[in-house]
Design a binder for this molecule. Sequence first.
Ligand SMILES: [Zn+2]
Length: 212
Amino acid sequence: MILTGLAGFFAFLIFYDLFKGSKPLRHYDAFDIGYLITLTTLCVACAWTPYKFWTFEKTLSKHASTFAKRPGVNVTCTSVFESIFDQYDMTNAGTAYIEAGEIVFQHGWCKQFMEYLEDPAQPSEKELFSMHVFTHEVMHIRGESDERKTDCQAIQRNHLLGEQLGINRRIARRNAVKYYKTQYPKHPYFSKDCGPRKKYDERLSGSIWRDL
Ligand SMILES: [Zn+2]
């Protein structure tokens, strides 16, 4: 928000300088041109991050809608200032508002997820978790509110949603299995009922269970 405001402020200064009319463009000296180049650079630098997150939110919204089979799902990432105290809070990484069809991703996790999708081959623990958070919230959007059940639905679909987002099938599967084996047992929503032939097993085709 602050960066967007600053970008707008610099854009205003550029337009003010160009159109105030006190000096025709052809009379601009090196200082004037240097001033305009500096303002333009600052404007683009401030606008770049908000733009990148805005396009990422649009992409995630589209994929969440398709995966949840629910039109109009809206995904937003909080600003860095909104999540300054809980950048990597694991239980508050994302929030789904089931009725409204909205998912809110904490800034830090949103950034991790962006980095994960750019290079999913060797993910860090945080990147791996960010994929799971997204799938978890999409499962809520389908209507499930029980946390352990939702989490197990996500465990069984991390690779499918990853693939839909463009990750290579083999990598998406390997990462989903890695998350299940390494991070899931330590998570507060862990359930012993989440596994092959257990209570929450949905017996999906292409399940990750056979790769365990
Ligand atoms: Zn949840």
